[in-house]
Design a protein around this ligand. Structure first.
Ligand code: PGA
Length: 241
């Protein structure tokens, strides 16, 4: 079901005690009419779930493996994620693709596993600067969607459009650039057989309290995936755009 979602991707930041401290101080101000989701590092998930108990804020993980169990040192399974109290899983973040060899094919396996287990996959897509400058943005996004969601039954996925050149750079896409690609994503999903009008499509890349309002006024942007600013009190301004 399409709804507005404000998500915070903490990346490799905040230990369990730092997560408790931060969330305890902001939890009472995180209530929103929109869905709010926090993605802490694995080892801080339990602390986040405990600190957010009694609020509507959801918790997710930043990655998971597509197999159920086995000899995959360093990995976690969907069942582990579910049992820890998470409802969401981030899949295919550009940093996973760049530093940890995530491919459209592993994204696809993970999306299928997440859906089969009842987790909501938040699938990240986005072009890098070179691809944008070569006018390949739509080709890259179309490929990531087609391969990443291949043979995925029209179901509850969330898409996050994150242009790589806007992540952690302070260089936000303009509202129009973000809207243009989010509209393209919706059209592509529809052509792939998804009920695209019902899918939440988020924008991510240097979102802050000062630019969220105009991004959210765009017709095809249903929320934000926030990195750096999700680690600070500015996240409260973003939630309350
Ligand atoms: P940023 O990160 O907000 O720090 O640009 C966004 C993300 O990587 O999800």
């Amino acid at each position: 079901m399409r709804k507005n979602i404000i998500a915070g991707n903490w990346k490799m930041n905040k230990t369990a005690s730092q997560a408790s401290e931060f969330l305890s101080s902001v939890a009472s101000r995180m209530d929103s009419k929109d869905e709010v989701v926090i993605f802490p590092p694995y080892l801080s998930v339990a602390a986040a779930v405990a600190a957010l108990k009694g609020t509507k804020v959801k918790v997710g993980v930043q990655n998971m493996h597509f197999e159920d169990a086995g000899a995959f040192t360093g990995e976690v399974s969907a069942d582990m994620v579910l049992e820890s109290g998470c409802e969401y899983v981030l899949i295919g973040h550009s940093e996973r693709r760049k530093y940890f060899a995530e491919t459209d094919e592993t994204v696809n396996l993970k999306v299928k596993k997440a859906l089969a287990k009842g987790l909501i996959p938040m699938v990240c897509v986005g072009e890098d600067l070179e691809e944008r400058e070569k006018d390949l943005t739509f080709d890259v996004i179309a490929r990531q969607l087609r391969r990443g969601l291949e043979d995925v039954a029209p179901a509850s996925v969330v898409i996050a459009y994150e242009p790589v050149w806007a992540i952690g750079t302070g260089k936000t896409a303009t509202d129009e650039q973000a809207q243009e690609v989010c509209a393209f994503i919706r059209k592509s999903l529809s052509e792939m057989g998804f009920d695209a009008a019902e899918i939440s499509i988020l924008y991510g890349g240097s979102v802050k309290g000062s630019n969220i309002t105009s991004l959210m006024s765009m017709p095809d942007i249903d929320g934000a995936l926030v990195g750096g600013a999700a680690l600070t009190e500015d996240f409260i301004n973003i939630i309350n755009y």
